[in-house]
Design a protein around this ligand. Structure first.
Ligand SMILES: C[C@H](O)[C@H](O)[C@H]1CNc2nc(N)[nH]c(=O)c2N1
Ligand SMILES: N[C@@H](Cc1ccccc1)C(=O)O
Ligand SMILES: [Fe+2]
Length: 265
């Protein structure tokens, strides 16, 4: 059951522009300036070049028509305004149309470091930079088409694959472990935690295992799956993902063995 959002979403005018308040612009500006520092040496190179390409304004909430023109030029994707977290069928339908959902509210200061639901900073700063990467956009589009055609039950399994890659994925790079998951890169708290805390488990990404692993959306992740490189994700897009879904269903839930709670570092 979808938890009701505690935030009020904003209405756009006929041209798709939202008239944010000064306070809301200042929260974006503080989040942007903080994350630009925190992602240095932590976000994967593909994210950093996508962020540069999008050329988001540092001091005010970007208007979606502007984000769309950069995105469209790069990969043909656009954004669509949604009130908050949307259900899987709406979500897959949008991705299958190369449209990315953008929740039209921004977090409050009390949720600055970590927010339990996607806001406009998460969707635009967290997800849109990698959607300018053709191979990554292709994976997301393929994933959306699969989800659209899938049964309700298979959508839950496919959502796990999305969760452990596009949302909370890590990737090994020449310089070491890096983040590509948009759900991490929009959170000042989790960006540091995901790479540097000794709390979470970090396992090599095995797509069937990821699709068998349940996840929570309201806490910093206890488990991250690590891609060997982006090629692995693009290769996955070419493989028979629905056959992997059937395998995951046959094998049932995978419950990772978490080490005893170590003192947080
Ligand atoms: C699996 C995933 O993270 C999440 O559940 C989906 C569904 N609904 C969503 N709704 C919004 N607004 N933004 C999102 O990123 C998602 N992602
Ligand atoms: N936790 C992310 C937002 C998010 C919530 C739920 C799912 C995915 C992302 C942040 O603080 O930016
Ligand atoms: Fe997301």
């Amino acid at each position: 059951m979808m938890k009701e959002s505690k935030y009020l979403s904003r209405q756009a005018d006929a041209l798709g522009f939202i008239h944010w308040t000064e306070d809301e612009h200042r929260i974006w500006s503080d989040l942007y300036c903080r994350q630009i520092e925190v992602i240095r040496g932590r976000a994967c190179p593909q994210f950093l070049s996508g962020l540069k390409l999008l050329d988001l304004p540092p001091d005010q909430i970007p208007q979606l028509p502007h984000v769309n023109s950069a995105l469209e030029q790069a990969t043909g994707w656009t954004t669509v305004q949604v009130p908050a977290l949307i259900n899987f069928s709406e979500f897959f339908r949008l991705l299958a149309n190369r449209q990315f959902p953008v929740a039209t509210f921004i977090r409050s200061r009390e949720d600055f470091d970590y927010l339990q639901e996607p806001d406009i900073f998460h969707e635009v700063f967290g997800h849109c930079p990698l959607l300018t990467n053709p191979a990554f956009a292709h994976f997301t589009h393929t994933y959306g088409k699969l989800g659209l055609a899938a049964s309700k039950e298979d959508r839950v399994i496919l959502a796990r694959l999305y969760w452990f890659t596009v949302e909370f994925g890590l990737v090994t790079s020449a310089e070491g472990l890096r983040i590509y998951g948009g759900g991490i890169l929009s959170s000042p708290g989790e960006t540091v935690y995901a790479l540097e805390s000794n709390q979470p488990l970090r396992l090599p990404l095995n797509p069937v295992e990821a699709m068998r692993t349940p996840y929570r959306i309201d806490i910093m992740q206890p488990l991250y799956y690590v891609l060997a490189d982006f090629e692995q994700l693009f290769h996955l897009a070419q493989s028979d993902i629905m056959a992997l879904v059937q395998q995951a269903k046959r094998l049932g839930l995978f419950v990772p063995r978490f080490p005893p709670k170590r003192q947080a570092s």
